[in-house]
Design a protein around this ligand. Sequence first.
Ligand SMILES: O=P(O)(O)OP(=O)(O)OP(=O)(O)OC[C@H]1O[C@@H](n2cnc3c(O)ncnc32)[C@H](O)[C@@H]1O
Ligand SMILES: [Mg+2]
Length: 221
Amino acid sequence: MTGQAPALGARLVIATHNAGKLAEFRELLAPFGLDVVSAGELGLPEPEETGTTYAENARIKAETAAALSGLPALADDSGLAVQALWGAPGIFSARWAGPDKDFTGAMARVEEDLQDRGATAPEQRRAAFVAALCLATPDGDGLDVEGAVHGVIVWPPRGTLGFGYDPMFQPDGFDRTFGEMASDEKHGVVWDGAGRATGLSHRARAFGELMAALYPEGPPR
Ligand SMILES: O=P(O)(O)OP(=O)(O)OP(=O)(O)OC[C@H]1O[C@@H](n2cnc3c(O)ncnc32)[C@H](O)[C@@H]1O
Ligand SMILES: [Mg+2]
């Protein structure tokens, strides 16, 4: 293997129009010295997310951005999957917030739906954040990975950090929500001695999987 990631390239498009995700990817990619540019900065359109899975939607976003920019593109499709709601809002997590991106309203809808089902005990309020990443190249190569983090839905929401549904999600093993965690705690990655990356958030875990898939034999020298 050469010193260069096989598919990342020196310039990489982050195929998202979500400022919160973009900030997290910039932090995750910061150590690698890539020239990171977002789909929004390139003026690329937001493709319609017509897939029925996180992975399908991530691929649509990555392939669209790679084809339009001529650069490798990394996309993320993610969401909050609440067990008692059969995985909702899931791939519709962004759509629950509507065109005004009203996540206060979207979180209230999650809570209302849980209340309607009488889900008041923590074990009835289990949920996971899920992220599917797709790295696509302009010549049609694609790499798909996923990550998840399990936890519980809390009410009322707590914390002002992060974005989206962060204030109502408390990961297992913590007494704080993602909205109460500094970015490094939520999605910072830790490298083990073999060059494998792990982290807390769904996005950090998926990122670790991406690195493992790109470099199955460990980091490039
Ligand atoms: O499609 P792009 O342009 O990437 O941006 P988006 O916001 O529409 O992203 P998704 O279609 O993947 O929808 C995922 C939604 O799930 C929520 N979500 C995903 N990851 C999250 C996280 O780490 N913290 C809080 N909410 C998250 C957030 O509200 C997102 O809008
Ligand atoms: Mg979207």
